[in-house]
Design a protein around this ligand. Structure first.
Ligand SMILES: [Zn+2]
Length: 432
């Protein structure tokens, strides 16, 4: 019997946090973009005093007034901004679709200046590099990736090239209305809005989402991270020959060897389900499935959904355990004396060197463990059966057969007789 000491799950959590930070970096802030509109409209007349506009490419060498001044709006139209960005930097209060709002701002500007349309330098928006044209495409990709996945909450991030962000910021600061919404936030908001049109049930959150989506604004690559879900319960292993260990997403409160049964109220565990396609299934249905498929092998009475926090709670628990063990002992003549010898270990501290059978994966060291109590010693033929309660992490088979003297003292040493373990059961895990 070996109880694994808790493994450090820190690395895993760190990776996760990093992902979270990366995704959050692209997350929209909810600042309002139009607070200044009123006062700036009052200033409009003051700005509207120049007509010596001479546009050459995107280089302007005179002090162009920023939006919402009509000259500022004319300027950003000339340098090629798209309707979406026009609305965003215009300083006008936008209601409804930003692209429609941009179109009407553009129409107004054309009606003020008949030649404006012919002066447009390019149809490539220098503020967003026409990324707003890709909103539908991005949303299609995101929902395509998630078409098989059930989820309610989404955290959405977009990664934009640094030079685009800097150039956009430069142009917006110079020609956009004060307080204009930044590119990243505006794109995220547009994507949220589009997804919201298609599926009103999706809720956008900034933490603990069901799915995290990260879009690369340059390649439009979509990364989707479906967050794991966690099920907590206790299992009884009622048949020998079933391994518990090394299932990557099974976190048990310790473990038992393949040939050891786990009885009583069972061993607490958390099952981590990675990339789940379904969430929030009724746990009683899951219990029913275990009963239907594992009858006679594994039993689970109850399951409940939990968070990752429970994994550490379960793995770090240092609960005492009670075992029943049966072993063969050579040449026992006086059972009374043998029983007394065995009971002398009750309450004792034992030293256990790392057992040979696990030494290839466990560091060599000596562990001190307490045998809390020993009861119900019985003799039958050349076999002895007993119940013992001991500290978490005690190697129980070794406590009996001594592992060639690596466990001291041991049942073998107090009996002065070779002991060979026949079977071992975990009777109870005292985690309450
Ligand atoms: Zn644009």
């Amino acid at each position: 019997m070996e109880d694994r000491e808790p493994e450090d799950s820190g690395t895993k959590l760190d990776e996760e946090d990093e992902w979270q930070l990366y995704a959050s970096a692209g997350y929209a802030s909810s600042e309002s973009e139009n607070e200044e509109t009123e006062s700036e409209q009052e200033q409009e007349e003051i700005w509207f005093d120049g007509d010596d506009f001479d546009f050459e490419g995107s280089t302007v060498n005179w002090d162009s007034p920023p939006c919402p001044a009509p000259l500022g709006i004319a300027h950003v139209i000339k340098i090629g901004v798209c309707n979406h960005c026009l609305a965003r930097v215009s300083g006008n209060l936008i209601r409804g679709d930003a692209s429609d709002a941009g179109a009407s701002i553009r129409e107004e500007a054309y009606s003020r200046d008949n030649e404006l349309e012919s002066k447009i330098a390019q149809d490539y928006c220098p503020l967003c590099e026409n990324l707003f044209d890709d909103i539908e495409n991005i949303v299609d990709r995101v929902l395509g990736e998630l078409s098989e996945t059930e989820f309610k909450t989404m955290q959405f991030g977009i990664h934009l090239p640094k030079d685009l962000v800097q150039e956009e910021d430069r142009i917006r600061s110079k020609y956009g209305a004060q307080g204009s919404y930044h590119l990243k936030g505006a794109i995220v908001e547009a994507i949220h809005a589009r997804i919201g049109e298609l599926d009103k049930k999706i809720e956008f959150v900034k933490e603990k989402p069901d799915v995290m989506v990260l879009v690369d604004g340059l390649t439009l690559r979509v990364d989707v991270d479906v967050r794991p879900i966690f099920l907590h319960g206790r299992y009884r292993k009622v048949s020998r020959g079933i391994p518990q260990t090394r299932w990557p997403s099974f976190h048990g409160m310790g473990r038992e060897d393949i040939d050891v049964r786990c009885l009583g109220s069972g061993r607490p565990f958390v099952l981590e389900i990675k990339r789940p396609l379904r969430r929030n299934l009724p746990t009683k249905d899951l219990v029913g499935m275990v009963q239907a498929h594992a009858s006679g092998k594994v039993e689970v009475d109850e399951l409940s959904w939990c968070t990752r926090k429970k994994v550490n709670e379960v793995k770090q628990s240092r609960s005492e355990k009670t075992y029943t063990i049966r072993f063969r002992a050579e040449g026992i003549e006086d059972e009374k004396k043998a029983e007394e010898a065995i009971l002398s270990l009750s309450g004792q501290i034992i030293d256990q060197e790392t057992p040979r059978r696990v030494s290839h994966r466990r560091a060599a060291k000596t562990r001190r463990r307490k045998v809390t109590s020993i009861d119900n010693v019985s003799f039958e033929g050349g076999e002895i059966e007993l119940t013992l309660r001991c500290e978490a992490g005690t190697y129980v088979k070794e406590l009996v057969h001594s592992d060639e003297g690596r466990t001291k003292p041991s049942v073998q040493s107090v009996l002065d007789s070779d002991c060979e373990v026949i079977w071992l059961d975990v009777l109870e895990i005292h985690d309450d």
